[in-house]
Design a protein around this ligand. Structure first.
Ligand code: PGA
Length: 360
């Protein structure tokens, strides 16, 4: 296996993207980005301890960008620790270390209990924010019980009560009343029960942040000076039904709507097929990664032109490990990785950052 380039340009010839190696330190070259998403793990000091072990194993690694996404509670502590001066003095690294948040909210302030705005993140030194991770696009229904609350609303008791409540309003919506009355007719009780079961399963599987909410988050982050890591990816069913491209196109088109050409230098895309994420899953095949990354880059070319598309970093995520990062980085369309599980292990994540270099 040949060594993957650590810094490179990308060119399109004969309808194919190719990486061209660049001199180390060339400021105009593309720098891969290896980002660790810690998800809901590690108290603040444990996060600092992990980062310290990783820096120690990555002394003098300046040619790639590395990022750490602790939970919200760990951001300030890590921000205080990873100042460029300190990192340069202690580890010979510095400006290539980025602090990432795992999410942000789209409003800037107000009655949104539990949410964190983009300007709050910027104020404590966050550089980049992950937006649209599949844990939030697809798993919120499961965690927060949207499904059971919808199913409950389709029960006879709830609808009967609602009919009474709505009828008491000054100007009840006649259409809504007629629909509920219709659903409550005895001959429709099976339909109602079937609909409740269907929606419950559907929301359990899929409910989460919409493309539109993600678009607003992208806008909020960019307008507060944060860079964006926009995640996209298909679930197992879409993968099996060959709907990956259709789905990704929707996620990316809507997510990037309103992002002007000059601002695209602040955007990174992460392709994370949901079926390849987490313990027990297998990463996507190199062929699938290559095909999808090319698809995304060609879509970016349609939206922003070839020059911008050639430079946007597209990361892969989903069971990236020390033993597969090298072959992934050899692909012409892959500019780094968004790493979950393996980013919690210092030796593993350091090896991922050091892809193509000897171990520390
Ligand atoms: P994983 O997670 O590396 O544990 O598969 C990737 C992600 O969810 O970002």
């Amino acid at each position: 296996m040949c060594t993957p380039y650590r810094n490179y340009y990308r060119q399109r010839t004969a309808n194919q993207w190719r990486k061209i190696p660049a001199e180390q330190g060339d400021p105009s070259a593309i720098r891969p980005f290896l980002a660790g998403n810690w998800k809901m793990n590690l108290i603040p000091l444990a996060g600092v301890a992990l980062a310290a072990r990783i820096f120690d194993l990555c002394r003098d690694v300046k040619d790639v960008d590395m990022g750490f996404a602790p939970p919200f509670t760990g951001l300030s502590t890590l921000a205080d620790y990873i100042t460029p001066d300190f990192l340069r003095r202690e580890y010979g690294i510095g400006r290539n270390v980025f602090l990432l948040a795992q999410d942000t909210f789209f409003e800037s302030k107000g009655a949104f209990t539990g949410e964190i705005s983009a300007d709050m993140l910027a104020a404590i030194g966050v550089d980049r924010v992950i937006i649209g991770h599949s844990d939030r696009r697809a798993n919120l229904g499961k965690y927060f019980g949207f499904s059971s609350s919808v199913a409950r609303r389709l029960s006879k008791e709830f609808l009967t009560h609602s009919l009474k409540r709505l009828a008491l309003r000054e100007e009840p919506d006649q259409k809504v009343l007629a629909t509920i009355e219709h659903l409550l007719e005895e001959q429709h009780s099976d339909v109602l029960a079937g609909l409740a079961t269907f929606l419950e399963a559907e929301l359990n599987e899929r409910a989460g942040e919409s493309d539109e909410a993600i678009q607003r988050k992208v806008q909020a982050a960019l307008s507060n000076g944060l860079q964006v890591i926009l995640c996209c990816g298909e679930n197992r069913e879409a993968h099996k039904m060959n709907e990956t491209f259709k789905l990704l196109e929707r996620q990316i088109r809507i997510g990037l709507e309103g992002v002007a050409r000059p601002t695209m230098s602040e955007v990174i895309i992460a392709y994370e097929p949901i079926w390849a994420i987490g313990e027990g899953a297998n990463p996507a095949s190199l062929e699938q990664i290559a095909t999808v990354h090319d698809f995304i880059r060609n879509l970016l070319m349609d939206l922003y032109g070839e020059q911008i598309a050639s430079r946007v970093r597209i990361l892969y995520g989903g069971n990236v490990k020390p033993d597969n990062i090298v072959s992934m980085m050899q692909l012409a369309g892959v500019d780094g990785a968004l790493v979950g599980g393996a980013s919690l292990n210092a030796a593993d994540f350091a090896k991922i950052i050091r892809f193509g270099l000897p171990d520390a």
